[in-house]
Design a binder for this molecule. Sequence first.
Ligand SMILES: [Zn+2]
Length: 153
Amino acid sequence: MSLPKTHSLTFTNDGAEFAANLSPCVWMYNTRLQYSVALKAFPHGTAIVRHPSLGLEDATEADALALCSGVRSKPCPRCGKPAFDPATVATNRGGLCEACFLDDLNAELEEAQRRERAADDRKDKAMRKKGYKWKVAVPIIVLSSEPFIYCVL
Ligand SMILES: [Zn+2]
């Protein structure tokens, strides 16, 4: 028996609803059975589950449900919203809900951008001390770490 390429299923664990969709790589690249499992409750998020040996041609509906239904949620340790339980599925969320995980990523990005702006400001100041008065941003593909051309006009 074989599952359809568009196979999907829903299940509930501990009151949390999940939706699982067969990953296209299974039929495109003939990989072992893989599903993208999504938390239906806000802030959502998805996790991937893989079967170690079954392929699409061998798997049944019961195999797919057995594979996916091991995924559980637990409250996010920071905000209490639903999050994937890392003990039941491999994720890089560390037990955080999608919103808290994205908040951390955004904070990391903002900090990196702040450091980059500060470095640019230091470089601008140093170049002004050398007598440069203009900085031209050139809209080209940057092949080096120096995206600006300094000019004395
Ligand atoms: Zn959270």
